[in-house]
Write a protein of this length. Structure first.
Length: 436
């Protein structure tokens, strides 16, 4: 076999493609760039500069423009015309973009698999509905912080985007139960025996019929509904339609009750992360039942849930997969609950206990001695933690968690030695080794 020693190996077209981060590509890179990520550019980039560059980059597949908040529709129209292979687009925070730019993207039939439009405040229903109806490959859709988004567009997403794995709808003030699949086959009727309510004009949103779907969203894994004005009925319909949700974020959904927890419990072993901060109407009964049904829970946040007590913590502590737990401002939590965590939740890595007023330093010490995997502990606003010598271990983590553990171990040893010698024990305000 004869080899031409003078010839150079040639790279394929795909091997030659590049990724550019936080800067505009140079002219010689225009035809090679596949991924353009502009999140925190060191040198500010204008909309004019961006539009000029995008006109010469035909092979872009993913584009993130969160670091160019002044991006306009003109630039998005250029991107849609030139980047026919666009798979992913993040325009979050680009508040000057309107329906004009987004509709141009949908008109070009791009092979989009993920799109993030959080905080693009000028968008309305037509552009979001167009995404649902034309982007048949869509796996991720983020449309949070859109003050003009109504249930009409969200219903289209449930109806047409059947491959979705991630769906974020946080902080959309106009969304109601009518935006979500209904658990009932028919609209509820009013009994003749019920006392009629005073007449009140109904809005067009209230006249929307229940969303009855004949398919299920088996692919949906993450759903974020933070701070949406939804009720237990919406949660029931969602869980029936999407029975394999793994991450369910309901922070600030203040109208939900234990009935919602009962619906969520049907997710069973699929549920991995549940965020319930500020869902203040839930009680021990609902959370205990949920913990017994969803044994694979890895992360749960019940901060600011004022009705919860140690009983809920007992049940959460028994979850063998639990890694992260937030109990911020759960005022009824006592040392008994902390001792339960110390005894059973040995896999915990992050624990938030700030503003739990009734906890003692001894209980926290027992917790630290038992939970060897603990890397982060927040305990702001706990009166017993205000003693001298402890505040020094607040930052950074996780190194200071181990240092706090050693400090409290030494304090305990000094206390026992003092008791053995029958001399007064004085708490130290430092951690010098010569004290021990």
């Amino acid at each position: 076999m004869l080899l031409d020693c003078e010839s150079e190996p040639t790279n394929s077209f795909h091997e030659d493609m590049i990724r550019v981060v936080d800067r505009l590509p140079a002219e010689e890179e225009y035809r090679r760039i596949r991924h353009l990520i502009l999140q925190r550019p060191e040198i500010p980039i204008t909309d004019e500069q961006l539009a000029q560059v995008l006109a010469f980059c035909p092979h872009l597949e993913t584009v993130v423009l969160t670091g160019v908040p002044e991006t306009t529709d003109r630039t998005i129209v250029t991107l849609a015309e030139k980047s026919i292979n666009l798979v992913g687009l993040n325009l979050s925070g680009c508040s000057q973009i309107t329906d004009v730019g987004v509709l141009e993207i949908t008109n070009k039939s791009l092979p989009l698999q993920w799109i993030q439009l959080n905080g693009v405040i000028g968008l309305t229903d037509p552009s979001i509905s167009a995404i649902a109806k034309t982007c048949s490959r869509l796996l991720e859709c983020e449309v949070s912080d859109l003050p003009l988004l109504t249930p009409v567009a969200v219903r289209d997403i449930w109806s047409f985007s059947r491959k979705l794995r991630t769906f974020r709808l946080a902080n959309n003030p106009l969304l109601t139960d009518r935006a979500f699949p209904s658990a009932a086959a028919y609209a509820p009727t009013v009994s003749e025996d019920d006392k009629p309510l005073p007449h009140r004009p109904t809005t067009w949103l209230e006249k929307l019929p229940p969303l009855i779907l004949r398919h299920t969203a088996d692919n949906l894994r993450l759903l974020d509904l933070s701070h949406c004005e939804i009720t237990d009925d919406a949660i029931e319909g969602i869980v029936r339609h999407a029975p394999r949700i793994q991450t369910f974020i309901l922070t600030g959904c203040s109208l939900l009750t234990d009935k919602s927890l009962g619906s969520i419990s049907t997710l069973g072993d699929h549920l991995d992360v549940l965020m319930l901060a500020h869902v203040s109407n839930i009680t021990d009964r609902g959370l205990v039942n949920l913990a017994r049904s969803c044994s694979n829970l890895r992360c749960i946040d019940v901060g600011f849930c004022r009705n919860l007590t140690d009983l809920s913590v007992f049940e959460l502590a028994s979850l063998s997969s639990l890694r992260r737990l937030s109990l911020v401002r759960v005022h009824k939590l006592t040392d008994i609950g902390i001792f339960s965590l110390a005894e059973h939740a040995i896999g915990l890595e992050r624990l938030h206990l700030s503003y739990c007023d009734h906890l003692s330093l001894d209980a926290i010490h027992a917790l630290l001695r038992r939970l060897e995997r603990l890397q982060h502990l927040s305990a702001t606003g706990i009166p017993s933690f205000r003693r001298t010598g402890v505040n020094r271990f607040s930052e950074p983590t996780p190194a200071n968690v181990a240092r706090l553990r050693r400090f409290l171990d030494k304090e305990d040893k000094r206390r026992r030695e003092a008791e053995a010698r029958n001399v007064p024990f004085i708490m130290r305000s430092d951690d010098k080794m010569d004290l021990y």
